[in-house]
Design a protein around this ligand. Structure first.
Ligand code: PHE
Length: 346
């Protein structure tokens, strides 16, 4: 008898003697599965043994192959029987164990609630809705043209830099490049290009900038608003925003318009609010809430409007910022961690 044949037979009888005690010793399902794997798993003893079949002389292979398969079947049926026995035993133990205690107090369900950012957004939309603004939502990826060029940014404006703006790989060149929108002002272009004046629209959504610290997140939320009609002036903008801010913050605030620059408005302003001084105390600090201005004639021309006939205003505010001011949250990241202990405080 060849040496390889002898070795093979010896291996076979070793497994024959070993598998039963091994499977019977396993006291729970995982141990049982492990025991089976030691024989018929990918690197189990029987699997390894069968890899040596090629060294065995031809005439004996058939017989040994059959023996191996029979052994494999035997291991599997013992496994099945043991598994069933273990499951039965577990069920039995549960039935004999302590009964259900129906007097235990129930678990209180954790009621869901809207996230502070969602709530701020809904409250903003409520107020603007009541003032006659329609709501439009648009894509978070948009063209370089709609994010910058058509809004009157010069091609080399620092905001267009890769240090500030996320570009989409393979998204085209120049005006056709695609960016994660850096502001919701893209929606001015989208809505005005497809509709005639008069129109009054607000558009909430996510925007993206390469910014990351306690008060800046690379993703945040804005709400854009714009209104175009004949004879619209800065006074309309100022009056409308003042009413809006008083309604949102529930009175007790002062509003300040500060001249500022944005390429797509002229004149432009930033708006700050602070808590009014109460009983001779100090007023709160001024907080910047939004940017706004009269839509630049170039932008009106870019969307096909006649700046000699119509004029309009636009404003954009940070929704996260507004939620932070409202709830006194100092770190914007707290709004994104979704820690129940933090969120349930609102
Ligand atoms: N898009 C500006 C920003 O993100 C805000 C703004 C909107 C300013 C509309 C003026 C008019 O900072």
């Amino acid at each position: 008898m060849s040496e390889a044949l002898e070795k093979f037979r010896a291996g076979l009888s070793e497994i024959e003697g070993a598998y039963r005690p091994a499977l019977e010793a396993a006291a729970e399902e995982n141990a049982l599965r492990e025991a089976r794997a030691r024989f018929t798993g990918p690197s189990g003893a029987l699997t390894e043994l069968m890899k040596g079949m090629k060294d065995v002389p031809g005439p004996s292979r058939r017989e040994l192959g059959q023996a191996c398969n029979a052994l494999k079947t035997a291991i599997q049926s013992l496994f099945d029987a043991r598994l069933e026995a273990l499951e039965k035993a577990a069920l039995q133990a549960e039935l004999e164990g302590p009964a259900l205690d129906l007097t235990l107090p129930g678990r209180r369900p954790l009621p869901g609630r809207l996230h502070p950012i969602t709530r701020a957004e809904y409250d903003l939309l409520d107020i603007f809705g009541s003032m006659g603004f329609e709501v439009a939502r648009g894509p978070e990826i948009d063209t370089f043209a709609r994010c910058f060029t058509q809004l009157g940014f010069p091609p080399d404006h620092p905001a267009t830099d890769e240090h500030d703006t996320f570009y989409v790989t393979g998204g085209g060149e120049g005006d056709d490049a695609h960016v994660l929108r850096t502001h919701t002002s893209t929606m001015q272009i989208r809505e005005m290009s497809r509709r005639e004046a008069p129109l009054a629209v607000v558009s909430p959504g996510k925007v993206f900038r390469r910014d990351d610290d306690a008060t800046h997140s690379p993703m945040f939320h804005q709400l854009e608003g714009f209104l175009v009609d004949e004879g619209i002036t800065f006074a309309h903008l100022q009056g409308m925003l003042t009413v809006f801010l008083e309604r949102f913050f529930g009175g007790g605030i002062e509003v300040r318009f500060r001249a500022s620059y944005f390429p797509f408005v002229e004149p432009g302003a930033e708006v700050d609010v602070r808590r009014k001084a109460e009983h001779g105390g100090d007023p709160g600090p001024w907080m910047e809430i939004l940017g706004c201005g009269m839509i630049h004639p170039t932008v009106l021309k870019n969307v096909g409007y006649d700046p000699e006939k119509v004029s309009g205003f636009a404003f954009g505010m940070g929704v996260d910022r507004i939620a932070m001011v409202r709830h006194g949250v100092p770190n914007i990241k707290a709004l994104y961690e979704n820690d129940q202990r933090f969120l349930s405080a609102f």
